[in-house]
Design a protein around this ligand. Structure first.
Ligand code: SAM
Length: 291
């Protein structure tokens, strides 16, 4: 079997020219041309011959070649139909790759896992299109789709939001979701020179290992995330005012202030000051006393 050969500017440009491929900005197409970064992504995803990898957005197949060289199987979901003939060509030497021409946001990942991997967990790996980073990651974390880990190239700012701690300006619903569902680790910072075309932002590869058991217990997870979203929807508001105004929640300001007092907070506390464990406690108390 041939080794991966697309992780450099020359071979990437050869493919682009051969197919007269026109980059589509709306699909967030920035192709990797840095072999060291590609190797780091695959290494940090800890892929072995037993694994089935779900790759989101294979592009011209650069990362796919590296993944397919290590994994048992790769399912690559690409939205741009102009890339499908390119992928069939660049991946022809790897017989363990299946290319699916679909929008990942409209793909039923439960059926995909059942059909392609006997319902077992995928490892998800991607150089994500930046315009849908947050919805994809939230979906992979929240929906219980069978996924062990998520290793993704994302915009540096989003990586920082994911790992932010209470009190920092980046702290929000995304930080809390990532911390509840997974252990996050930054693998490597990636300059814009590692891509064709060059993105305007810096990137980072981040590895999220999904917890088997979340680090905090809460009686109603969905309610906790509704409360979290409500408290960050209106950042300048106090937590009590944010929850009071939120659609889908039926607590009064007095209910929230009562519970905050039990937790040792003043009535004017804001969502961005609270750690995950306190959101869990507030949820439990609101549910117990006022639902
Ligand atoms: N993996 C390749 C690489 O590293 O060179 C390409 C990465 S490029 C940043 C993102 C890829 O995702 C593009 O090929 C783009 O067409 C594809 N894409 C964009 N939106 C998508 C979607 N909703 N579903 C599936 N693929 C998508």
């Amino acid at each position: 079997m041939a080794g991966p050969y697309l992780g450099n500017a020359k071979n990437t440009m050869d493919v682009i020219r051969r197919y007269d491929f026109a980059f589509q900005k709306r699909f967030g197409q920035n192709f990797l041309i840095d072999e060291n970064i590609l190797k780091k992504i695959v290494e940090s995803a800890e892929i072995s011959g037993d694994d089935c990898v779900l790759e989101i957005g294979p592009g011209i197949g650069t990362l796919t070649q590296y993944l397919a060289s290590d994994a048992g199987k790769v399912i690559a979901v690409e939205i741009d139909r102009n890339l499908i003939p390119v992928l069939h060509d660049t991946l022809k030497e790897w017989n363990n790759v299946e290319i699916i021409n679909q929008d990942i946001l409209k793909t039923d990942l439960f059926s995909l896992a059942a059909e392609k991997n006997d319902g077992k967990n995928f490892k998800t790996v991607a150089n994500l299109p930046y315009y849908i980073t947050t919805p994809i990651i939230m979906h992979l974390l929240e929906s219980n789709v069978p996924v062990d880990s998520i290793t993704v190239m994302i915009q540096k700012e989003v990586a920082e939001r994911m790992q932010a701690e209470p009190g920092s300006k980046d702290y929000g619903a995304l930080s809390l979701a990532v911390q509840y569902y997974s252990e996050a680790r930054v693998i490597v910072k990636v300059p814009c020179t590692s891509f064709i075309p060059r993105p305007k932002v810096e990137s980072e590869v981040i590895h999220l290992k999904k917890y088997k058991e979340p680090p905090v217990k809460v009686s109603d997870r969905d309610l906790m995330f509704k409360i979290i979203r409500a408290s960050f929807n209106q950042r300048r508001k106090t937590l009590a005012n944010g929850i009071k105004n939120a659609s889908g929640l039926s607590y009064t300001r007095e209910n929230v202030e009562d519970v905050l007092k039990t937790c040792g907070y003043s009535a004017s506390v804001r969502g961005e000051q609270l750690p995950l464990s306190d959101f869990a406690r507030i949820t439990d108390l609101l549910k117990m006393r006022y639902s």
